[in-house]
Design a binder for this molecule. Structure first.
Ligand code: PRX
Length: 692
């Protein structure tokens, strides 16, 4: 336990004054840690020695400065990026309090830069031109490709020139519907280079969802590919885009250009449906353009991208991130949370269609000059050993994934893991939902051979980057805890009244004061931004998550407290699923709740009331599920449809979801008080139909 003593000792010699910061009050108590020894997992001495942040002491010192002098802390970091012109005004400006007027957040305003330049040109100038930026691993083992920094820059410039040529200008939206081909980050970077705002839509969303997003942000162009293979399935993406474009034009938004990459391994050009006047083959035009392209210099507060995410109403929210603060924040969080070093090979399994792929496949790694793996396929294809095969093949050192993947691989024989060496691994990461301690231990003990710290990163589409995360060399870990806030993040837990609670407690997770990577607005709806995030607890950003803090100050995320569920790390609004269900002509009403699911974390459980006189049938159940697949995407399909002659409602007509959640999880003796229901007998009817 020399390690352990070292940590406790360093905590004891903490700089005075850190005790004024609430979450540090707990961690200064070295004694508390000592009692918990069995639950703590320490990084090895060797690991800590080489880490950017080698001890709690160092964390405390940096954290303290980041809170007491945010301007100084972040400008020092920002100075290592390329700015055409330094920010002239204050480093940041914020109002997070609705009572004091509009919510406004700005970082490095007046600074002129370009994130694509910082990702590519800066690295090439620094001599990394021949370093591999991306290792691409195709769906089929043995199919792969690479791009060095200079090659990536050339590819990005060609596409950027094309986009300019067809009239895409600074501030224009570009919708991207691509799978994990290198063309996806290439497209994001090309947009950034010319100041266009990319809006990547995960290629698992349905035509209707895609259309809805196109109608909302009215892009100049849509970029896609003809098809993709995932596992043994071929998915015809272009057909989905075609259907979406018909739908969006019916809503008055027509698209002149659909740039389509021919993904030959999945489908040939000749078999792709084509609309001559609109569709353009990527390979026909892009290679003809010059491989250099002048950068469009933008203000730090100019928008970089729009990414739609689910909220508690049916309409997805267009989360807007701007350039400067996001750049500084994603790069810094990447470096510290993964203890990134130039010799690392990094692999994040997330798709660029989600925020994790934006911040930690594309921007964070490239800003650090890292070599990253991009994987097109399914993690269990052709067998459940594929991930570890890839780890060995590329000698991956940092592996970042989601608990749902860990749990699904855990169900297969350990032999699939043990077959591979995995010796290169040194840091593991987890994101998307709380990681349960047993999955944590399997990941740690088996995959990481009990030597790789796990960075369990808590954050959100809205936060742009990590908010609560271990720093792998600094902290002893507790399986299942995201540990402590990142630099500059003042995480607080409040009660229902919005009063901060200290010490050991649980409540609503909020953030006091802004951080550089924070989203600035919801596209076209600043009022919704204020109402959803800043009004529930005035003076704070409200995350929508519950959280508890233990006596050592460690944070434990407990899941969403709003009507959002997290299925396999995919964020889904219950209202979206309900609206897809009720659009079925035979569905009168629907109520959707999340229910614990062994692999997915949460499953989707739908209570459905049919139109008077319509009988239940298997066919109808399938039809209802199909509606959800069509309107949102296959990943949102309900796991269970529970026939409901009626729903438990209060006398004022509000559905009591608390009761539905209990019925869904079969905690029938915990239904609580049902006497306030307009019709208490519906509860018995529902219970009777539970297994029909
Ligand atoms: O509930 C939290 C959960 O995912 C939500 C954010 O989802 P999304 O915006 O899609 O971003 C996912 C990737 C950052 C959060 O409100 N969540 C994310 N990471 C964790 C987590 N819950 C617990 N632990 C995590 N590490």
């Amino acid at each position: 336990t020399t390690n352990h003593l070292r940590h406790v000792e360093s905590m004891a010699t903490m700089p005075s004054g850190a005790g004024n910061i609430p979450h540090l009050n707990a961690i200064v108590l070295g004694e508390a840690l000592a009692c918990e020894e069995n639950d703590l997992i320490f990084p090895s001495d060797d690991f800590s020695r080489q880490a950017h942040v080698p001890s709690p002491l160092k964390y405390l010192e940096m954290y303290k400065r980041s809170i007491e002098d945010p301007a100084g802390f972040w400008s020092d970091i920002a100075s290592s990026f390329y700015w055409k012109q330094k920010w002239d005004q204050q480093v940041y400006l914020e109002n997070l309090d609705v009572r004091k007027g509009d919510i406004r957040i700005e970082w490095f305003k007046g600074g002129i830069t370009n994130i694509c330049y910082n990702c590519l040109d800066s690295n090439v100038e620094a001599g990394l031109g021949d370093k591999i930026a991306f290792y691409w691993e195709g769906n089929e083992p043995g199919v792969d490709a690479t791009l060095t920094y200079i090659q990536l820059l050339h590819n990005v410039c060609q596409l950027a020139n094309y986009l300019k040529d067809i009239g895409v200008k600074k501030g224009d939206a570009v919708v991207v519907y691509l799978p994990m081909l290198m063309e996806l980050p290439i497209t994001m970077l090309a947009c950034a280079r010319i100041g266009a705002v990319h809006s990547v839509v995960f290629a698992g969303f349905s035509a209707e969802s895609l259309a809805q997003r196109i109608v909302d942000c009215k892009p100049k162009v849509v970029i896609t590919c003809n098809a993709v293979k995932r596992g043994s399935k071929v998915i015809h993406l272009k057909d989905i885009v075609d259907a979406a474009l018909i739908e969006s034009s019916q809503s008055g938004v027509s698209i002149d250009v659909c740039l389509t990459y021919e993904n030959q391994l999945a489908m040939k050009k000749e078999s792709t449906k084509w609309k001559e006047e609109r569709d353009v083959w990527w390979q026909d035009v892009i290679p003809k353009y010059p491989t250099t392209c002048a950068v469009e210099w933008v203000d730090a507060e100019d928008p970089l991208f729009l990414l739609y995410t689910s909220g508690s109403t049916g309409k997805p929210k267009g989360v807007v991130h701007t350039t400067g603060g996001y750049m500084v924040y994603t790069a810094t969080t990447f470096k510290y949370a993964f203890d990134y070093k130039p010799s690392d090979i990094y692999w994040c399994t997330a798709d660029c269609g989600w925020i994790t792929g934006h911040s930690y496949v594309t921007y964070g790694p490239l800003l650090n000059g890292a070599s990253a793996v991009i994987f097109e396929g399914a993690p269990n294809y052709p067998n459940p050993g594929r991930c570890w095969d890839i780890v060995d093949k590329y000698q991956v050192t940092i592996f970042y994934t989601a608990p749902t993947l860990v749990r699904s691989l855990m169900r297969d024989s350990d032999e699939y893991v043990m077959r591979y060496s995995r010796k290169s691994l040194r840091v593991l990461g987890s994101v998307g939902e709380p990681i349960n301690p047993s999955a944590w231990r399997w990941f740690f003990n088996l995959v990481g051979d009990s030597k790789c710290p796990i960075s369990d990163t808590w954050w959100q589409t809205e936060t742009g980057g990590f908010m609560i995360t271990p720093l792998p060399g600094a902290w002893p870990q507790k399986p299942g805890s995201a540990t402590f806030p990142f630099f500059g993040v003042q995480a607080v837990i409040v009660d229902e009244k919005g009063v901060e609670i200290e010490g050991e407690c649980s409540g609503y997770l909020c953030i006091k004061s802004s951080w550089p990577g924070a989203f600035r607005t919801l596209y076209g709806d600043h009022e919704r931004y204020e109402t959803t995030y800043f009004k529930p607890f005035p003076g704070y950003y409200f995350s929508g998550d519950g959280c508890s803090r233990d006596k050592d100050g460690y944070h434990w995320l407990t899941g969403r407290v709003d009507d959002v569920i997290n299925v396999s790390g995919h964020r889904i609004g219950t209202a979206e699923v309900e609206s897809a269900l009720v659009s079925h002509p035979q569905c009168a009403e629907a109520a959707v709740v999340g229910v614990e699911h062994e692999v997915k974390g949460q499953g989707i459980y739908a209570f459905v009331t049919l139109v008077e006189g319509v009988p239940y049938s298997e066919e109808l159940r399938k039809g209802l599920i199909l509606n959800v697949r069509k309107q949102i995407g296959a990943f949102a399909a309900p796991d269970k449809v529970h026939w409901a002659p009626g729903l438990p409602k209060t006398r004022s007509g509000k559905i009591m979801r608390r009761i539905l959640r209990k019925i869904a999880s079969r905690q029938l003796d915990e239904l609580g008080d049902t006497s306030t229901l307009a019709d208490p007998s519906v509860v018995d009817q529902l219970i009777a139909l539970a297994d029909v």
